[in-house]
Design a protein around this ligand. Structure first.
Ligand code: LLP
Length: 419
């Protein structure tokens, strides 16, 4: 079993604690399944970005899609975060959490007119435009409102990043961004438009990337283009490198953000650019866990199954990407792993597992397990499949645990339906 990925988790007298709060107590108080986040870890992760970027003119735009709970957005806003959003819904969330619109970047391949209007009305920092068609729509929306829309183009730098194919985004085979060649003429068109204000260049090459070299390759691509455009009089001010900074789930070494920042700051020395980053997972991933209770232990002639009260509707990453999440007992630490088992949920699908072929300590019905590193792309991807209400979410701060979101009810799931 690897080290606990969240420095705020530890066993004290045989019980797992998040900061100074016992997970057993949280399960009693809020029931399971339950998402639990450590405030200290989120703040530390965010501050680390700032520390690494000291000396670089920069803006850290937390990528809201990783975890969009209002309490977490508001916490990050108070730490000085800007936000990377991808929908009108996320815009509404960050505004509700008190975001400064001048620190919001809006990414995504399929923005609607309504969403663009909402972004313009809010006065966001920039739209990261992903196609010529979108540029025209943004310009026409701006014209209708009598404003100039601040834009960057998201460049598809055609660099390969080693990660799961579903979350790799920076190659020509992917739907994202515009090719560099096309971008050059688009920038010139945009610079001549009365309705658009060119402010930056953006890219995002994928997620859970552990190696710095693809980021540097992408950065070099966008900086080279920015330099060329500036030489032509197009006023690029912001270089947005996107997100994707990989974290530790099992025994991988997380991306060295400090080293990446050092390389980038060397490249930025003496240049006029402000760096924007859009980290999501690396801010909230290791800060969160999913607390679940064992319902049954089933054994057949070849396999053992630990059936728990949360499933793919609560945390879909293992089913969707085959992702690994460390699972540890709340009463522990485990001395011996004696049970070779799949940890599965109650949903009627074979893909409904949280882990497969895992070495676990003997567990019994009623025991609590913590599914670690579930703070990013956990709750946000939860669904109501099998009419299962989504879990509650709790933020732990020192000795206290505050409910960020109460558990859904079945009544709420049926609201809006007709018979
Ligand atoms: N910026 C853009 C434009 C993005 O598309 C993403 C993530 C991010 C920033 C943040 O990336 P991060 O720092 O969190 O890696 N559901 C998948 C991950 C999908 C990532 C989508 N885009 C998962 O559970 O692994």
């Amino acid at each position: 079993m690897g080290a606990l990925s969240n420095p705020q988790l530890e066993y004290r007298c045989g019980k797992l604690f998040c900061e100074n709060v016992s997970l057993e107590v949280l399960a009693e108080r809020f029931a399971t399944p339950l998402y639990v986040y450590s405030r200290g870890t989120i703040v530390e992760n965010f501050s680390a970005f700032h520390r690494h970027l000291e000396g670089i003119l920069s803006l850290v735009c937390y990528s809201v899609k990783a975890n969009s709970s209002l309490g977490i957005l508001s916490l990050l806003r108070r730490q000085g975060a800007g936000f990377d959003i991808v929908s009108g819904g996320e815009l509404a969330r960050v505004l509700k959490a008190g975001a400064n619109p001048g620190r919001i970047v809006y990414s995504g391949v399929g923005k609607t007119r309504e969403e663009i209007y909402a972004g313009l009305e809010a006065g966001i920092l920039m739209f990261n435009v992903e196609s010529a068609g979108e540029m025209d729509v943004v310009a026409s929306c701006a014209r209708a409102l009598g404003r100039r829309a601040p834009i960057a183009f998201r460049i598809n730098p055609d660099v390969e990043a080693e990660t799961h194919p579903y979350i790799s985004t920076g190659q020509t085979i992917h739907k994202f961004g515009v090719p560099k060649r096309e971008a050059f003429s688009l920038y010139h068109q945009a610079a001549e438009s009365q309705d658009l204000q060119v402010v930056g260049i953006a890219c995002h090459i994928g997620s859970q990337i552990l190696d710095t070299s693809p980021f540097l390759a992408a950065f070099d691509e966008i900086k080279e283009l920015a330099d060329k455009l500036r030489a032509d009089g197009v006023d690029i001010g912001i270089l947005d490198l996107g997100g994707g900074y990989g974290i530790q789930y099992a025994d991988e070494t997380p991306l060295d953000v400090g080293n990446l920042a050092k390389e980038i700051s060397a490249r930025l020395a003496g240049s006029p650019y402000r760096l924007a980053l859009e980290p999501g997972r690396s801010i909230v991933g290791n800060a969160g866990l999913l607390l679940t209770r064992v319902l049954y232990v089933k054994r057949n002639s070849i396999k053992n199954f630990i059936v728990v009260d949360s499933g793919m509707n609560d945390l879909v990453r293992p089913a969707l990407y085959g992702s690994f999440h460390e699972i540890v007992p709340v009463s522990g630490p485990p001395s011996r792993c004696e049970l070779h088992a799949d940890i599965v949920g109650p949903i009627c699908e074979t893909g409904d597992f949280l882990a497969q072929n895992r070495e676990m300590p003997e567990v019994a019905p009623g025991d609590l397990l913590a599914v670690l590193t579930a703070g990013a792309y956990g709750y946000v991807l939860a669904s109501n499949y099998n009419t299962r209400p989504r879990p509650a979410e709790v933020l732990v701060e020192g000795n206290e645990a505050n409910l960020l979101r109460r558990r859904e009810t079945v009544e709420e799931l049926m609201r809006g339906e007709t018979i």
